[in-house]
Every structure is written in C-alpha cells, then in structure tokens.
Ligand binder design. Structure first.
Ligand SMILES: NC(=O)C1=CN([C@@H]2O[C@H](COP(=O)(O)OP(=O)(O)OC[C@H]3O[C@@H](n4cnc5c(N)ncnc54)[C@H](O)[C@@H]3O)[C@@H](O)[C@H]2O)C=CC1
Ligand SMILES: O=C(O)[C@@H]1CCC=N1
Length: 264
C-alpha cells in the first residue's frame, strides 16, 4: 500500500503488546518506516526496542492515525498520554470499549473508528471489522480501511452493536482454532502417534484446510469432498457434528457476552 501520507504525518501506537505488536509487525513488513511510528508503552518488549520505532515519548502534533491498543481496563491510565494530539484519526482495537467512551474523553467532534482485528495480522492474514462515529468522514473510514488492509482483510459494519459478535467470532476466533490444533494433537497421541508427529499433522491439516477454505469454495462442499460414503471421515463427523455446532454457538456467545460486559 501507499503509506505516503501516513509516513509524512506519522502514526502513534498506544500500547504495543500482543495485538498492537502483531499489527505493527505486519505494517513494518509491508514497508512502513519505523521512523514514522511513535509507540507509547511502559514495558516495551525486546522485539519492539529492536524495530527502530520511536519510544522516547515525543509525539507528532497531528499524526495521521492514533491506534489505541491497550486493554480496556488500562484505558483510564493510558489515554491522558494522547491529550495534546490534534487533528488525528483515533482507531481503537479495544474489545468492549465503545465509541461513546472515547467521545467522552476526546469530545464528540473527535474522529473515531472502532476496530476489531485478530492476531493473524502479524502475517498480513488478519481480518478487521471497522465502524466509525458520526464525526468520522468517508475519507477517515477509507484511511482506516487502507491502513488496516495492509495486515489483512477489512470489513465495514453497519452498526457498532455488531462489534460484540464480531469480537466473539473473529477477534477471539484464532484462539479457538489454535485450541483445535491442540485437541487434534492430543487425539492423535491417544491413537498412538508420537507427540511431534501428531502436532505436525494437526498443524498442517488446519493450515491446509484454512488455505483451501479461502479458495472461495463453499465449506460444506469442501467437507463433502473429504467424506466418502460410509468411510472414515463420515465415522469421525458423526461424533463431531453432534456436538460442535452447539458448542461453537455457546463459545461465541460467551465471548460476545464478555465483550458486552466490558462496556461497563
Ligand atoms: N490479543 C488479541 O488477539 C486481540 C486483542 N484486542 C484488543 O487489543 C488490546 C490489547 O490487547 P493485547 O495486545 O492482547 O494485550 P497486551 O497485554 O498484550 O498488551 C497491552 C499493552 O499495553 C501496554 N500498556 C499498559 N499500560 C499502558 C499505558 N498506560 N500506556 C500505554 N501502554 C500501556 C502493556 O505494557 C502492553 O504491552 C485490548 O484492548 C484487546 O481487547 C483486539 C483484538 C484481538
Ligand atoms: O481476549 C480478549 O479480550 C481479546 C479481544 C479479542 C481477542 N482477544
């Protein structure tokens, strides 16, 4: 992507932990200059120190984008560091923290985009949902879209109320898939495979199936392509399909409910 305007005005990143760091890794990988990035984080990781981004606390007056990537519970302590910024687009990735909560701090005229990314952003394979406040212009949404597109897909929501479900599905979702790899590995071990071999098979199977799913073919058809009548897959799916739909519904609902709770 063309980072020209963003390079010229700079980017501020408030909080650079697992998610902020994943996104920063993606942007640097896509060619954003470390010198354009100003990070505020009281505990910078060794990786962050070695990126060459600014960590000295000096901030540009009007950065193109100010990304808020601290935990919802840290917001009260963290946001005052941004009080001198002017003419910036605030993009928050915090689960649960509403646009209204940011308007209460920055003012209703502040341009705010609420976003929900996920950690595959680190390898530019994330997906981020965005929604803007009333003050955010079409250009602001385009800028957020452009910037976040550098680390994966971007989808625009019609309404902020959709954000809790998005958080429960794609924000938290990578963890469900990683747990699936863990569970498949354990199941392979239970069938007598060595742990390293079971992990290798499980990881490559999930990655390969994920890549195939991105081909655009309907997942149901892809599942049927594996399933020979009265074969091994059918025997396995008869167990899995009895439980998984309800289990996944409860999993995503629990995460979405927690997102609603975090609104406070
Ligand atoms: N981890 C994930 O997969 C995702 C996380 N998020 C959201 O991203 C945000 C950050 O989550 P994680 O990166 O997982 O948490 P984290 O705990 O890994 O990172 C938070 C960072 O904020 C820093 N920090 C603490 N106090 C600060 C302050 N006063 N000023 C500046 N920085 C401060 C910490 O040192 C840490 O590096 C949360 O709001 C979370 O809801 C959103 C999508 C996915
Ligand atoms: O677990 C969390 O609260 C964050 C939000 C989505 C993924 N991680």
């Amino acid at each position: 992507m063309d980072f020209t305007d963003i390079e010229a005005r700079g980017v501020v990143l408030l909080g650079c932990g697992k998610m902020g760091g994943a996104m920063l890794a993606g942007w640097l990988d896509r060619g954003l200059s470390p010198g354009a990035v100003h990070v505020i984080d009281p505990k910078p990781s060794d990786w962050l120190r070695n990126t060459g981004v600014h960590l000295d606390g000096g901030l540009p007056d009007s950065p193109a984008i100010t990304l808020i990537a601290v935990k919802p519970q840290m917001m009260g302590d963290a946001l005052p560091a941004l009080q001198d910024l002017d003419d910036t687009l605030y993009v928050s990735i915090a689960a649960g923290t509403t646009i209204g909560a940011f308007e209460a701090v920055f003012g209703a005229e502040a341009r705010i985009v609420r976003a929900m990314p996920n950690t595959p952003a680190a390898i530019s394979q994330g997906i981020t949902a965005i929604v803007g406040n009333d003050a955010a212009t079409a250009d602001d949404l385009d800028l957020a879209d452009l910037f976040l597109s550098a680390v994966g897909e971007v989808v625009r929501l019609n309404d902020e109320s959709e954000m809790d479900a998005v958080t429960g599905l794609s924000g938290s979702g990578p963890a469900y898939v990683f747990h699936m790899i863990e569970a498949m590995t354990a199941a392979g071990e239970a069938q007598g495979l060595a742990p390293e071999l079971a992990l290798r098979l499980a990881r490559a199977t999930v990655a390969g199936a994920g890549a195939l799913a991105m081909s655009g073919e309907d997942p149901e058809q892809l599942r049927k392509n594996v399933t020979s009548p009265n074969g091994t897959t059918q025997a396995g799916l008869e167990v899995l399909m009895e439980e998984l739909q309800d289990l996944m519904a409860r999993t995503v609902a629990a995460a979405a409910d927690r997102s609603r709770e975090l609104r406070g």
